[in-house]
Design a protein around this ligand. Structure first.
Ligand code: IDP
Ligand code: MG
Length: 138
């Protein structure tokens, strides 16, 4: 069954001019772009988006980083979207990511790791709703 996942091309990848190459890999892997925007989020929005990590030692660093520059946010659709997209982006730590994955190719550190991918169908819906109204989906 076709379902959705949510992604962000993170500030480091935008700064490094990787928007184009990352979108090419996403399209090549068979994901349909349902919604997309280029925007900069505030610290408060980053803190809310990553609230599940509030007790982790890297929470403040994560908020600073995610609000440090523009990101590309998108909803993607594909059969088995969440799991297949996590495979395409690779492990959180790019040093541990498989060859050919987006994080292996475009990320330099576990903190600034180029891209986000939802970890469950439930979170994909929550995250998509955080960024997009129904009028912005096609
Ligand atoms: P994920 O993005 O692969 O799902 P999570 O564990 O959900 O990884 O962490 C969310 C984000 O927090 C990561 O993508 C990364 O940007 C950052 N992060 C995760 N672990 C660390 C860490 O150990 N140090 C610094 N930043 C981290
Ligand atoms: Mg996660």
């Amino acid at each position: 069954m076709s379902n959705i996942t949510f992604t962000m091309i993170k500030p480091d990848a935008v700064r490094n001019n990787y928007i184009g190459p990352i979108l090419a890999k996403i399209n090549q892997a068979g994901f349909k772009i349902v919604a997309m925007k280029f925007l900069k989020i505030t610290k408060e929005q980053a803190a809310q988006f990553y609230i599940v990590h509030k007790d982790r030692p890297f929470y403040n660093e994560l908020i600073e980083y995610m609000s440090s520059g523009p990101i590309v946010a998108a909803i993607l659709e594909k059969e088995n979207a969440v799991e297949d997209f996590r495979k395409l982006i690779g492990a959180t730590d790019p040093a541990k990511a498989e060859p050919g994955t987006i994080r292996k190719e475009f990320a330099k550190s576990i903190a600034e790791n180029a891209i986000h991918g939802s970890d469950s169908n439930e979170n994909a819906i929550i995250e998509a709703n955080f960024f997009f109204s129904q009028l912005e989906r096609f």
